[in-house]
Design a protein around this ligand. Structure first.
Ligand code: GAF
Length: 369
């Protein structure tokens, strides 16, 4: 029986948080940990069995009845099939084995990794003729329509398009992108998992998007020249305090300042100005914490300690927030003491461990066989 194997990675994001769905720029990179999918035709016309190696769970669906109940992680896979539209008619029964090395709920986008790998595998097994961007879009639509997260494009784009040792400078308005070599010379990225994932994340995520959308409408009414978030200037925002709620004002402040920071960060990476890049990370965190309000005390704890350590140039929460990981720029080989002290202090503050993750920058979606 025909069999294919794919792998698609999770991602980190250097800077550009919560602005992929607000017409901003982002600077993510694919990591060298991904989700491997093994897809094999079975003899049946429409019976599909899914097995997760890590969770030690499995379930079966029939392609004729995609509305049947499926467990939490099954929503992603069944949703992905639904997102294929007419192309799903080409599918017949298969078995799908999933093995993921991306820590779940850590803000490293295990869900994008799962979706892109699965859709990539379906594309190969059933010769659906999807281009890379079709896979990205099907994955994004799955999250939006079938999982309920009104997400942006950053995670799925990175999972498919990532390039080893490179970050991606992605313009989320035009989808133009550029690979930036990620050579940090005498510095390195330090990713620390808070090991918390507060349940607020989906509802608050969708709420942020809604708040920004409403605020944009108000600005559009006042200024004919504004058609998207990118058009808003700081002075226009300041002049609109009277029509925006205090919350809307803060949300847009983050969008405008973070978009500007990503452009500066790109320049800093090219010029190897890592001190400057570090400062941008700290500023990004403050903005996400105070204006966008998507941080939490565990993330703040790590970033505040990083601010006091001379070997850490910058640090911030990464991804959707409310838990997950921080990303920091640290002097190469010199963050051991910081991590050791942090671990002890974190444990006594929160009663749980935080974990530094050892990650490299890898390639995007691959067909392995
Ligand atoms: C999550 C979303 F999926 C992304 O689209 C992005 O908005 C991110 O949060 C925040 O930058 O990972």
């Amino acid at each position: 029986m025909k069999i294919v194997k794919t792998s698609s990675p999770g991602r980190i994001n250097i800077i550009g948080e919560h602005i992929d769905y607000n017409d901003g720029y982002v600077l993510p990179a694919a990591i060298n940990l991904g989700t491997e999918i093994t897809l094999e035709l079975n003899e049946s016309a429409d019976s599909c069995t899914f097995t997760s190696r890590e969770l030690n769970e499995h379930f079966t669906i029939t392609l004729k009845n995609l509305e049947e109940y499926t467990p939490g992680w099954g929503r992603y896979l069944v949703g992905a099939i639904k997102s294929l539209g007419d192309k799903k008619e080409k599918l017949t029964g298969f078995t799908c084995e999933i093995s993921s090395k991306v820590p779940l709920g850590s803000g490293l986008s295990s869900s994008a990794s799962l979706l892109c790998s699965f859709i990539g595998a379906l594309n190969e097994l059933f010769e659906l003729g999807l281009e890379k961007m079709d896979i990205v879009n099907a994955a994004v639509n799955t999250e939006r329509k079938h999982v309920g997260v009104n997400c942006g494009i950053m995670d799925h784009f990175t999972s498919v398009m990532g390039k080893a040792d490179h970050a991606i400078f992605l313009d989320c308005l035009t989808l133009e992108y550029e690979y930036l070599p990620l050579d940090l010379s005498e510095y390195e990225l330090l990713i620390i998992n808070t090991n918390v994932s507060h349940s607020l994340d989906t509802s608050e995520y969708n709420k942020r998007r809604e708040e920004c959308g409403l605020a944009l409408l108000k600005l559009k009414e006042r200024y004919a020249e504004i058609s998207n978030f990118r058009d808003i200037t700081e002075s226009q925002l300041a002049a609109c305090k009277d029509i925006l709620t205090a919350t809307e004002f803060k949300r847009l402040s983050h969008v405008i300042t973070e978009t500007a920071r990503v452009i500066e960060a790109k320049k800093a990476i090219i010029e190897k100005n890592f001190v400057g890049l570090g400062e941008l990370l700290f500023k990004s965190h403050d903005s996400l914490n105070l204006d966008y309000e998507v941080s939490c005390e565990e993330l703040n704890f790590i970033v505040e300690r990083a601010k006091t350590d001379a070997n850490i140039l910058g640090s911030r929460m990464m991804g959707g927030g409310f838990g997950g990981c921080t990303i920091s720029i640290a002097a190469k080989g010199k963050s051991e003491d910081f991590v050791k002290e942090l671990k002890g202090a974190y444990k006594s503050q929160f009663g749980i461990n935080c974990t530094p993750l050892s990650l490299g920058i890898g390639d995007g979606l691959k067909v392995l066989s």
